[in-house]
Design a protein around this ligand. Structure first.
Ligand SMILES: Nc1ncnc2c1ncn2[C@@H]1O[C@H](COP(=O)(O)OP(=O)(O)OP(=O)(O)O)[C@@H](O)[C@H]1O
Length: 330
């Protein structure tokens, strides 16, 4: 099932077109990476996907009722609250259920409720159903989850009552990542999540994301991280995007093969063009061969040109300085 789709996205900043006709899909449970050189538009694309930025053209379509969390590049958590309080905010729904259960327990001990058999039995049924809901949603594990994630992201030795606003930039970024992970959204979107992680944290994060139940879309310059995690790579290059199936190493291999094929096709076509041009030059002015030459010239003009980079364009620019062409055709 497709969870999210970006369709024909275009975005410019001033005269610079950063994204041009970009398409991207995120399927259920997918692990996808976005790569590209610095300034290729990776962060811009993530911002558009998450609604933080509007595209100039195109649209982002999201499946109904899915949750998305986004960690911006170096986007540290800012808060006057404690570390623990901030992590708890990922579980407000469970905390709400827990409070309802506590209130029900109080009412169960109320003598007037106990004296009313019908009301009491109904309360027991409601309590059972809410307890099951609480358990199914991870109500008995969330505190352990918070500890696990904080431990994994290098807060093991911290007092969890520490206010977030006195932490370092790197710690705030790791906390933002922790908060995103604990929210357990259907799509987790992370921009350079491995900044500020040491080797242990990185290994922990790789394992956490590998067994993550939702989809993950990640921008990273860390090829080892991408190799471990991703099954799909989106390559942003010159404003366009190409989707490759496989991890980072697979992507590099496929891209190289594609570039080699493109170069071959380009060279082959250039040879053909040169041969045809030569034929036209030799024959266009001669009475008995001019029609054949003109026909070749037309073929040349209509030919779909392969560029060195593999793009295809319609050829039009030939023989602008050829007298025979000026006289005879176009
Ligand atoms: N708000 C903005 N105003 C003007 N230009 C911008 C803005 N945001 C991004 N850009 C420009 O758009 C281009 C793409 O930026 P973006 O941050 O998306 O690239 P990136 O691929 O994420 O780069 P990096 O790998 O360095 O993080 C860059 O040239 C950047 O300077």
């Amino acid at each position: 099932m497709i969870l999210l789709q970006a369709v024909r996205i275009a975005k410019s900043f001033g005269a610079r077109r950063v994204l041009n006709n970009v398409n991207l899909i995120i399927q259920e449970g997918e692990r996808a990476g976005i790569v590209g050189v610095n300034g290729a538009g990776k962060s811009t694309l993530l911002k558009i996907i998450t609604g933080a930025l509007s595209p100039d053209a195109g649209e982002v379509i999201k499946a109904k009722d899915i949750s998305v969390s986004y960690m911006a590049q170096d986007g540290g958590l800012e808060s006057g609250q404690s570390i623990w309080h901030e992590m708890l905010s990922a579980f407000t729904h469970l905390i709400g259920l827990e409070q309802q259960l506590r209130e029900m327990e109080k009412r169960m001990g109320d003598p007037t409720v106990m004296a009313d058999g019908k009301q009491y039995r109904q309360l027991l049924r409601d309590y059972d159903s809410l307890s099951a809901d609480f358990e199914n949603k991870g109500g008995f594990e969330y505190e352990a989850n918070i500890r696990g994630v904080l431990h994994g992201l290098n807060f093991r030795d911290m007092d969890y009552n520490t206010p977030v606003n006195i932490l370092s930039g790197g710690q705030k970024t790791r906390l933002a990542l922790a908060r995103c992970l604990l929210g357990a959204p259907d799509i987790l979107i992370l921009d350079e999540p491995t900044n500020y992680l040491d080797m242990d944290n990185l290994t922990w994060l790789e394992q956490y994301l590998q067994s993550y139940r939702g989809a993950v879309l990640v921008v990273s310059h860390d090829r080892y991280f991408l190799d471990t995690l991703t099954k799909v790579i989106y390559d942003l290059d010159n404003g366009g995007i190409t989707r490759y199936t496989g991890n980072y190493t697979g992507f590099i291999r496929q891209k190289k093969e594609m570039q080699e094929q493109q170069l071959k096709a380009y060279k082959k076509q250039q040879e053909e063009i040169a041969r045809t041009e030569e034929f036209v030059r030799r024959n266009i002015a001669a009475k008995d061969t001019t029609r054949r030459a003109q026909s070749r010239l037309k073929t040349l003009e209509k030919m779909e040109r392969v560029t060195r980079a593999g793009e295809r364009t319609q050829g039009k620019r030939f023989f602008l300085c050829c007298p025979a062409k000026r006289a005879g055709s176009a």
